[in-house]
Design a protein around this ligand. Structure first.
Ligand code: AMP
Length: 501
């Protein structure tokens, strides 16, 4: 009997006494993790989960939650993690849409979602931040043995709802082949081995912390320093024990803000990886100046797992996300036709390979709109590829501004504004405008003290065409970001929608 993902990721070191997870509450060996997994798998089955059923989980990051993911896979289920920021009202949508057999949530929200779970006949179990709740209570008395349920490469292993900048959030269906193949590709490309100890401070309801980090380290038999969330102080305290770290760009900017983060503090680290949102070229350069090491930036998305990466050996180029990973076919294509654009031109990233998801849960139309006839998935990210094959992301297609009929790529303007002395960061958006359709607007955060917005506009005047120059420059205390560090441009567009109305 085979279970592609469990056998590939969790089984190889399942009996080992080596530490898999270092946590502030103590160490957890692979063997103990396997026992937890088995008890939880028995508990899922006892609560009515059958092969192919969804298990929806909204819980604070914990070892039990990671084991619950492994247990769901082992018992043949489909793991469905939910952002801890969702309100009970939002949970109703996900639970109603995915119709899980089991819902796991904190005691504090269980009363609010009980009527819905009851109406769809799902079992409701609780798991709190301190790992108490009915799930662990039942698991404690369950058998520590469990026979793995068979699942094939095309069977679903997980559904992850995308953050959804427009419209309803969509459930990306990921099969065992998608998840295992990506872990294998990343282990080889980034040279992960059993000697690695990864500093893990990411949430585990998202592809980055759950699949990229956890599948990978478990598969190679490495260890993780498994912390509830990021703080620069915790990162610095645990870093001496680590060999590698994965983070979103804000982890790196916060580390650079800490004077204790020195060359010595990082000297033993083999690898720093960044992704999920653009890493400013400036952060990349500052990081190298401070530590002598270059961050490895990679690109991926929930639907495609990781697909483009700077190299482990060879030049890691600031501002680019690198080249296609092995087995991933990438084309930079015309948004309308899907035909490849000329080298150096801007187009949409389209991709095909074992990494690409099966489609959106119960959304056949959205799924077919998102794929070309030849099987390429249209990511919606705009990019250009240089003659050496390195790819630079220029923004989401939905963030593209069309002013007076001309295309304006926000990243180009943001890059110029960010060079201005005293600018910490910027976001360039399009807002409705009577004459131009859309007007270019720059929202800017200063690094220290007041900024002269007229001077910033003047500095751009000689450098970019008139139609690209911001018609308004607005100072803000901070840019709105989600938990993965992505700037929420839709929110900014809403805030400033009436500027030229
Ligand atoms: P998610 O599905 O939440 O992982 O979000 C995926 C999106 O994050 C992609 O479609 C990109 O827009 C963005 N993204 C991920 N990695 C990078 C990166 N290295 N640089 C720029 N954008 C990125």
């Amino acid at each position: 009997m085979t279970n592609i993902l469990y056998d590939g990721v969790f089984a190889p070191h399942a009996a080992s006494d080596k530490v898999f997870l270092f946590t502030p509450n103590g160490d957890v060996s692979f063997a103990v993790f396997t026992q937890m997994t088995n008890r939880l798998a028995n508990c899922l089955v006892e609560n009515g989960m059958q092969s192919g059923d969804r298990v929806a989980v909204q819980a604070e990051k914990s070892v039990t939650q990671l084991a619950l993911y492994a247990a769901t896979i082992k018992a043949g289920g489909v793991y469905l993690p939910l952002n801890t920021g969702y309100t009970p009202h939002e949970l109703d949508y996900f639970v109603g849409d995915a119709k899980p057999a089991i819902v796991v949530a904190a005691d504090s929200v269980s009363a609010a979602i009980a009527p819905l779970t009851e109406s769809i006949g799902a079992s409701l179990l609780t798991l709190n931040a301190d790992e108490t709740g009915s799930l662990t209570q039942q698991a404690d008395t369950a058998s520590p043995d469990f026979v793995t349920v068979a699942r094939g490469s095309e069977d679903l292993g997980a559904i992850l709802y995308t953050s959804g900048t427009t419209g309803r959030s969509k459930g990306a269906k990921l099969c065992h082949r998608n998840l295992l193949s990506n872990a294998e590709v990343l282990a080889e490309s980034w040279q992960f081995s059993g000697d690695d100890v990864l500093l893990h401070m990411l949430p585990i309801y998202h592809t980055h912390g759950l699949f990229v980090a956890s599948n990978l380290l478990c598969m190679v038999g490495g260890s993780m320093i498994f912390l509830p969330k990021f703080s620069a102080a915790d990162a610095l305290a645990w870093m001496p024990q680590a060999t590698s770290m994965m983070g979103v760009p804000t982890f790196y900017t916060r580390l650079l803000d800490a004077p204790e983060f020195t060359r010595e503090a990082a000297i033993h680290m083999r690898l720093f990886i960044s992704g999920s949102a653009p890493l400013l070229a400036e952060t990349h350069v500052q990081f190298e100046e401070r530590t002598g090491k270059m961050i490895l930036e990679r690109y991926g998305m929930t639907e495609t797992n990781m697909s483009i990466s700077n190299p482990y050996e060879g030049a890691r180029i600031a501002g680019t996300v690198g080249k296609p990973l092995p087995g991933v076919e990438i084309r930079i294509a015309d948004a309308e036709t899907g035909a490849p654009v000329a080298p150096g031109e801007i187009g949409i990233i389209e991709q095909r390979g074992d990494n690409v998801f099966l489609g959106y849960w119960e959304m056949p139309e959205k799924t077919s709109e998102s794929f070309r006839n030849d099987g390429f998935f249209i990511t919606g990210d705009m990019a250009q590829q240089n003659a050496d094959g390195y790819i630079t992301i220029v923004g989401r297609d939905k963030d593209l501004i069309i002013s007076g009929g001309l295309n304006v790529y926000p990243k180009e303007i943001e890059g110029l504004i960010d060079e201005y002395h005293g600018v910490l960061e910027s976001a360039v958006i399009g807002v409705p405008h009577r004459d131009f359709g859309e007007a270019v607007v720059a929202v800017i955060v200063s690094s220290d003290g007041p900024l002269d917005t007229d001077a910033i506009r003047a500095s751009l005047a000689g450098r970019i065409a008139k139609f690209k120059q911001p018609k308004a420059v607005i100072l803000a205390d901070a840019l709105p970001r989600n938990t993965m560090g992505k700037v929420q441009k839709a929110e900014l567009r809403k805030t400033h929608a009436d500027l030229f109305a």
